[in-house]
Design a binder for this molecule. Structure first.
Ligand SMILES: [Zn+2]
Length: 288
């Protein structure tokens, strides 16, 4: 039986796959550079899961400097077709409190200086990104959250800022006026690259703070770490509970894993070889 190959992109507070048995450690290199850290192949309920720390162990790489392309490309090299991303966010709504979890289904991308496509010049490939996360994977993670008793919110709009500084109050109020639910620095970039890599993608966004819109609630690194420690345990528990269902499902109700089938504009036979070599892992099945 075919099984999905699950990857977990660990974020702040989740630098190592603690608790899960490590079967293998791998160093990888990609045409887009080095990933953030060593890959750990771990055992989750008897299922092989690929784990990578987005910021590297010890959190040495801040969000704007993460090599998102190398991280996602290397996951693809390892055969990952289903990616669970864990990251810290601030909440923009009263009804979502710190230590709770959101599974966003929309993004507003306010990043400024990042590489966020594998298809820079040629070949020309335009993915559909209207619904940027996987409804199937998001649903299974939500069910997992309910089973573990976590306070988990399905859906919501995530505004992705460049960082490393947090928002000004004016920016924070602006985002609120747009109906944004949560704010972070990583997920929109990852989701876009995961779609180009034809992966099902969903984010477990761990709420650590109220950003700066709320009176008498300042955002500081210290408070974020405290709340992070509180919700990181439930994220790991959700991954443990949801992994068997995610791995068994082969179809889902989504088209993420065929995202390039109607997105390739260039005649691939005319793309220079050195350009094709950069993205071969992503386009292999269209080169038959
Ligand atoms: Zn999907």
């Amino acid at each position: 039986m075919n099984r999905r190959k699950i990857g977990v992109m660990g974020g702040s507070g989740l630098y190592e796959p603690h608790e899960f048995e490590v079967r293998k450690e791998l160093e990888l290199d990609t045409p887009f550079g080095k990933p953030s850290d060593t890959f750990h192949i771990v055992d989750v309920e008897g299922i092989e899961v690929v784990f990578l720390s987005r910021h590297g162990r010890g959190h040495l790489i801040p969000a704007p400097s993460v090599n998102f392309r190398a991280n996602i490309y290397a996951m693809k090299m390892l055969g990952v077709d289903t990616l669970i991303s864990v990251s810290a966010v601030g909440t923009m709504k009263e009804e979502v409190a710190p230590t709770e979890i959101v599974i966003p289904n929309q993004f507003i991308d306010f990043t400024k200086n990042r590489q966020q496509t594998f298809f820079e010049d040629t070949p020309a490939i335009h993915i559909s990104f209207a619904d940027p996360t996987c409804p199937y994977l998001s649903g299974v993670l939500h069910e997992g959250g309910i089973r573990t008793g976590a306070k988990i919110h399905p859906g919501g709009t995530y505004v992705c800022i460049e960082g490393p500084a947090f928002s000004t109050r004016a920016e924070s109020r602006l985002f609120r006026s747009w109906g944004v639910d949560i704010i972070g620095m990583t997920a929109a970039t990852e989701a876009k690259l995961a779609r180009e890599a034809e992966m099902c993608y969903a984010s477990l966004s761990l709420v650590t703070d109220y950003d700066v819109w709320k009176e008498r609630e300042e955002v500081s690194g210290d408070m974020i770490l405290k709340n992070m420690a509180l919700c990181i345990e439930s994220a790991k528990e959700i991954i443990r509970v949801a992994t068997p269902s995610i791995a068994e499902e082969t179809n889902g109700n989504c088209t993420c894993r065929q995202a390039l089938s109607d997105a390739i504009v260039s005649d691939l036979s005319r793309v220079p070889e050195e350009k094709m070599n950069m993205v071969k892992v992503l386009l292999e099945k269209y080169l038959q």
